[in-house]
Design a protein around this ligand. Structure first.
Ligand SMILES: [Fe+2]
Ligand SMILES: [Fe+2]
Length: 173
């Protein structure tokens, strides 16, 4: 992964990346071959790549996109205890992940909340209202496909690099 993408993820996602909830996501399996943590980093990298490609690089957009991507599936950590079947997981995890975004960051930006709540579109009826939501739902589909095909868009080295740099860098915001 390009360093520019890592830098953006770390700069805007540092607090989330360093949280116990986020770190626990690397122990939670997802899409059979990946973990929620690796899938999440892959979604975030895809979304940031999209923003760079389309010059959506203002601070507000990058900050919202990174927060929405990093939190979008956090409620899947411990899913076996929370949800009784796949349909319940599908329908409830977006709203529950939005609550986790607020818990982790202390923020409740409407564009981030809406992006997380609508990220399963078109499998759930919530349609994204803002561009952050469309970027997240697109990146999520690309990354889910990569996970299933075992394409490993985020290598173990990328993952360790991001987590180590996030833990050691001072907060720039
Ligand atoms: Fe999801
Ligand atoms: Fe996802």
């Amino acid at each position: 992964m390009e360093q520019e993408i890592k830098d953006i993820i770390i700069e805007y996602g540092r607090d989330i990346l360093c949280s116990d909830t986020f770190l626990a996501a690397f122990d939670q399996s997802h899409h059979y071959k990946s973990t929620v943590g690796d899938h999440t980093l892959s979604v975030t990298a895809e979304a940031v790549k999209f923003c760079l490609r389309h010059n959506l690089t203002d601070e507000n957009t990058l900050s919202n996109v990174v927060a929405a991507c990093l939190c979008h599936d956090m409620s899947l950590v411990g899913r076996e205890e929370k949800y009784s079947n796949n349909l319940e997981t599908l329908m409830q995890h977006p709203g529950d992940s939005a609550d986790i975004y607020t818990d982790l960051t202390g923020e409740s930006d409407e564009r981030v909340l809406n992006a997380i709540r609508s990220h399963m579109f078109p499998f759930t009826p919530d349609i994204p209202k803002h561009r952050e939501g469309w970027i997240l739902t697109l990146a999520d589909k690309i990354s889910a496909s990569s996970d299933i095909l075992n394409l490993q868009p985020v290598t173990p080295e990328d993952r360790d690099d991001i987590l180590e740099q996030a833990a050691s860098r001072p907060d720039k915001r």
